[in-house]
Design a protein around this ligand. Structure first.
Ligand SMILES: [Zn+2]
Length: 232
């Protein structure tokens, strides 16, 4: 179910991506921390090539920032960026939900149901970072169904930036999307009710935005090996 986030990596690269992703989304790696290629390679016992591919994939999902000649760092979304990402989502995603409600097929509905079931399973097992990624995947799946060449790409980019924002700034202990909103969206899609889908998605995004605590807070930095040692 993680294909939305990691389209390319496989094998060892994917394992490292998932391990670092979990460590970032569970706040074990502080925003701004340098991810030295040598150190990451040593921790996982892999070559620089594998490490580089993993860091590139993480940069693609906005969890890591790669700076020219300086290397890779855990991404550090600012509060302004957090606001702006959610403002953009509140404008675009309701329109995308409307398109999806008109375009949805029975096969698409089954796919969304599978997403929702995986999200619930992750929440039930207490795997919050996985639940967070899966709930983002639910939103990108809706954008895929809408199949709009401009909006779909925009939603993908906004969702990948949202995971870390929610992980860092959510006031709620359970950081994934509230599943009842996703359930209500499913009902609207099953009825091809475009107006309801648009309204539910709009209030869902506004709710997510208002659930963020966008104030500066102290972090509890750990070293790279400490953090990744815990995550492996
Ligand atoms: Zn959601």
């Amino acid at each position: 179910m993680l294909h939305d986030v990691f389209a390319l990596p496989s094998g060892k690269t994917l394992d490292i991506c998932l391990s670092i992703q979990t460590a970032i989304l569970e706040h074990k790696l502080a925003p701004g921390l340098k991810l030295s290629e040598d150190e990451v390679g040593e921790i996982y016992g892999v070559s620089r090539t594998v490490v580089r591919a993993a860091l590139q994939a993480l940069a693609h999902s906005s969890l890591v920032t790669i700076r020219k000649n300086r290397g890779a760092f855990v991404a550090k979304p600012t509060m302004r960026e957090a606001h702006e990402v959610f403002q953009a989502r509140a404008l675009i995603e309701p329109a995308v939900a409307r398109l999806a409600a008109d375009a949805i097929t029975p096969a698409d509905l089954d796919l969304l149901k599978a997403h929702l079931a995986a999200e619930h399973a992750a929440l039930d097992s207490g795997d919050m970072s996985k639940a967070l990624v899966l709930s983002g995947g639910f939103h990108t799946a809706i954008a895929d169904i809408a199949d709009h060449r401009v909006f779909t790409g925009m939603v993908r980019s906004l969702i990948s930036r949202s995971s870390l924002i929610i992980a860092l700034y959510s006031k709620r202990s359970d950081t994934a999307c509230e599943s009842h909103s996703h359930g209500a969206l499913m009902d609207a899609f099953a009825d091809n009710d475009a107006v309801a889908a648009e309204e539910i998605q709009k209030s869902h995004i506004i709710d997510l935005h208002s659930g963020l605590d966008l104030r500066e807070k102290e972090s509890d930095p750990k070293s790279l090996s400490q953090a990744l040692g815990l995550a492996v």
